[in-house]
Design a protein around this ligand. Structure first.
Ligand code: ATP
Length: 445
């Protein structure tokens, strides 16, 4: 087998983006939305393999942030929200991007993303930038008017702030503790693009971690490391990740520190996740706007204080794109080029494929038994079509780490052949040992 390549040497970065985008469509990961009506710009639907992979990404985040900790609890807040929340948070006034019109072709652009040249017609003449609010505004109920205005949330974070007191009292938590949420957010991005990197509808995975103010800096550093290591553990190569800490003069007025975790996308390093020390800005703003006390009373010291918050804010759909890009590989097997996704087994949309070598009932029967046994623990596929070589290629291409073939020898020796995606090595293993072998392999991955 030739040395695998992530295309860095042989191809241009755009090739990688194109290859992954086309694989996503061809193999049922991600489709253009409303395609039969000509498509809806920069909006995507997650197909059978995509929805599973996205769920796996979110599951790994939830496990790391909520399930394996005793200081973080979960939340699922509403997407529709009243203007009061966004007035208090500052979004109504300042959640804007600078919008400019090209004077020649009239295309609209986000001024800070185009380096002064129109990407469409190369003109350098633009209108003065105006502040364009990114929130989607809608109306709740049948009667129009100010009282009916609602917004689709542009981030999940505010749900954690507005429920701070509810969680504190119902869960008997004390700082340091966190509230975590995964869900859809909506931003009317001026220039969406780069596949699912920037879309108007996307999924976020956010944690608000409330701490005593004097410990905030230490927790800020802690969460940068935790989050960086999460991406590493799930297979993003260290040389394609970096931490980019904002200079003090570039920070928002309330921010005490922001570090972006960035990935080497085909167009250069760009944000995967932002980790911020937001001080007591959010709780103070909501307390003053709502009149509710959003504080913690420490009985041990009889003191009352507003906790500081450390916020690791990640994009689930953007992370999935990074995992796809980083895992796409081409190598040579038996003199033929194969493309594969070297996905971490916990992210792969199919973890084990069961491939009977014949459609004869005496082979399909034990194959289906193996399927039923493994389905309880793994995401499985069952495929009887085409030659075994073609079936292996199809599984490699979607990142399936293990293939199990059932053949005529199985009827005699009660063993199956287990093939590894990355090495293509095959071993013969007893059906009775298969489940525990794979569970161990998954745990050690
Ligand atoms: P950018 O500067 O790229 O517009 P941001 O700094 O405004 O992003 P945050 O508000 O910090 O982004 O959002 C947290 C995370 O949510 C981002 O790191 C990203 O992973 C994800 N995200 C934000 N906007 C989008 C979008 N339009 N499409 C997909 N993911 C997004």
């Amino acid at each position: 087998m030739a040395t695998p390549s992530n295309l860095d040497e042989r191809s241009t970065p755009n090739d990688l983006l194109e290859k992954v985008t086309s694989l996503c469509k061809r193999r049922g990961f991600i489709f253009q939305s409303a395609e039969i009506y000509g498509g809806f710009r920069s909006t995507y639907d997650y197909g059978p393999l995509g929805v599973q992979m996205l769920r796996n990404v979110k599951e790994q985040w939830w496990k790391a942030i909520v399930q394996r900790r005793d200081d973080v609890v979960g939340l699922d807040a509403a997407i529709l929200s009243p203007p009061a929340i966004w007035a208090a948070s500052g979004h109504l006034e300042t959640f804007t991007d600078p919008l400019v019109d090209c004077r020649k072709c009239n295309e609209r652009w986000r001024e800070d993303k185009i380096n002064g040249v129109c990407p469409n017609c190369k003109s350098t003449e633009f209108t003065e930038p105006r502040a364009f609010n990114l929130m989607f505004k809608t109306q709740a109920g049948p009667v129009e008017g100010d009282g009916a205005t609602a917004y689709l949330r542009p981030e999940t974070a505010q749900g954690m702030f507005t429920n701070f007191a509810n969680v504190l009292t119902t869960m008997r938590k004390k700082p340091p503790f966190g509230i975590a949420q995964i869900g859809k957010s909506f931003r009317n991005e001026i220039t969406p693009g780069n596949f699912v990197f920037r879309t108007r509808e996307f999924e976020q995975m956010e944690l608000e971690f409330f701490v005593p103010p004097e410990d905030a800096e230490q927790w800020y550093r802690y969460w940068i490391e935790e989050r960086f290591n999460w991406y590493l553990r799930l297979g993003l190569p260290e040389e394609k990740l970096r931490k980019n800490e904002a200079a003090p003069e570039d920070l928002a007025h309330y921010s005490k520190g922001t570090t972006d975790i960035e990935f080497a996308f085909p167009w250069g390093f760009d944000e995967l996740e932002g980790v911020a020390n937001r001080g007591d800005y959010d709780l103070t703003a909501h307390a003053s706007a709502s009149g509710e006390k959003l504080e913690y009373f420490d009985q041990a010291t009889s003191t009352r204080y507003t906790p500081y918050v450390i916020e690791p804010a990640a994009g689930a759909t953007r992370a999935m794109m990074a995992f796809l890009l980083a895992s796409y590989t081409e190598d040579e097997v038996g003199g033929e080029t194969r493309s594969l996704l070297r996905l971490h087994p916990k992210l792969a949309p199919i973890q084990v494929a069961i491939l009977p070598l014949s459609k004869k009932p005496e082979i399909e029967a034990p194959a289906r038994e193996v399927l039923a046994m493994l389905q309880e623990h793994f995401l499985c596929d069952y495929d009887v079509t085409q030659s075994i070589g073609k079936r292996y290629r199809r599984q490699d291409e979607v990142g399936t780490p293990w293939c199990v073939t059932v053949d005529f020898d199985t009827l005699e020796d009660h063993c199956v052949t287990l093939r590894d995606r990355d090495t293509t090595m095959q071993i013969r293993i007893a059906i009775s040992e298969l489940r525990s072998y794979l569970l161990t392999a998954m745990e050690n991955a």
